[in-house]
Design a protein around this ligand. Structure first.
Ligand code: ADP
Ligand code: MG
Length: 141
């Protein structure tokens, strides 16, 4: 599935629309650099999964959890480069906890990503345009 958005509100709305397709245990691995819109997309997921909380980047905490009918765990793996680091985020426990996991900088934990997983790649285009490509599951064809 490929989605084109213009501005953060559209990216958030697109994610909110897609969220009902997600199931407990799904993992979303983001691709896309700083400022692509990964956190913005995650805010839409949190809304769509039933949380009303404010979503902010888990840069310092490494993981934020949003509770709704389906909980969402939002990771920032920017500084996570070793398996020890990864263990300390609680990633492996969250994997089995029945939440949806959304992982920024998933490139850093490539070897630890469960298969299958959903990949959300966000490419920065001209200005406020983004191209969002979702692969890895037939729900998003
Ligand atoms: P990331 O988590 O990938 O670093 P953020 O979601 O924190 O990115 O930030 C995205 C930035 O890009 C915000 O400043 C937002 O206003 C801006 N932006 C501009 N256009 C878009 C768009 N179409 N979708 C998402 N964010 C956009
Ligand atoms: Mg971010």
């Amino acid at each position: 599935m490929v989605i084109h958005t213009q501005g953060p509100a559209e990216t958030q709305a697109a994610a909110q629309r897609l969220a009902p397709l997600l199931r407990p245990g799904d993992l979303i691995a983001y691709r896309g650099g700083m400022g692509a819109g990964k956190t913005t997309f995650t805010a839409g997921l949190a809304r769509g999964l039933g949380s009303t909380a404010w979503v902010s980047s888990p840069t310092f905490a490494l993981v934020h959890q949003y509770d709704g009918p389906v909980p969402l765990c939002h990771f920032d793996m920017f500084r996570v480069t070793t398996v020890e680091d990864l263990y300390s985020t609680g990633f492996f426990d969250y994997l089995e906890g029945g939440a949806v996991l959304a992982v920024e900088w998933s490139e850093n934990i490539e070897e630890a990503l469960p298969e299958p997983h959903i990949t959300v790649e966000i490419a920065i285009e001209e200005g406020d345009r983004r191209t969002i490509t979702i692969t890895g599951d037939e729900r998003f064809l």
